[in-house]
Write a protein that binds this ligand. Structure first.
Ligand SMILES: [Zn+2]
Length: 179
């Protein structure tokens, strides 16, 4: 990322107390914001989740295949822009959490896969939402066996090198990983 550092991100990180050294140590990369997004799903509270057209199509196909197997998959989070990531981090700072703790569960602005419009946090109704216990659900089991067929991969397994907690709910559409 050296040489390509965006001055706006630099300023955002400084304001949040995120040292650039931390980004380098965690070997985080920058993600471009999605250029085109479509509405992929509407949450029960009316919130609209957006994805890139390709990721949305893959999500819809995967969601239907899961449903055919009796598994309900829903979106807990999809596209998030840089500013939204700033808001999420600020909210945790305001609650008294340290930035080091926050960065175990939230990427620094600019470094979140959710910026790409290809990452989805998945839950199943009645199951844990964005919690490690999602791993114990039938939905997770289904994803572990089938997600790859649709181009989705688990981004943050246990002991991942980026210093994030294990995120069994976070799947990213990376069609290059299709066999
Ligand atoms: Zn996520």
């Amino acid at each position: 990322m050296e040489g390509t550092m965006n001055p706006v991100l630099r300023q955002i990180w400084a304001e949040l107390g995120i040292a650039e050294q931390v980004i380098a140590e965690k070997q985080l990369r920058l993600y471009d914001e999605a250029e085109s997004l479509i509405d992929a799903e509407i949450a029960d509270d009316g919130r609209v989740w957006q994805l890139t057209p390709a990721a949305a199509a893959a999500w819809h196909a995967m969601r239907q295949a899961a449903l055919d197997d009796g598994i309900v998959l829903r979106i807990a989070s999809a596209y998030r822009g840089t500013q939204r990531q700033v808001e999420l981090i600020r909210r945790k700072l305001d609650m008294g959490q340290t930035i080091a703790t926050i960065l175990q569960v939230l990427a620094p602005p600019g470094c979140s896969e959710h910026h790409t419009g290809r990452a989805i946090d998945i839950y199943t109704p009645g199951g844990p939402v964005v919690e490690e216990a999602f791993e114990t659900t039938e939905a997770y089991h289904w994803l572990a066996h089938n997600a790859q067929r649709f181009g989705f991969a688990l981004s943050f397994p246990r002991d991942n090198p980026y210093g994030y907690v294990y995120e069994p709910w976070h799947w990213c559409f990376r069609p290059t990983q299709l066999a």
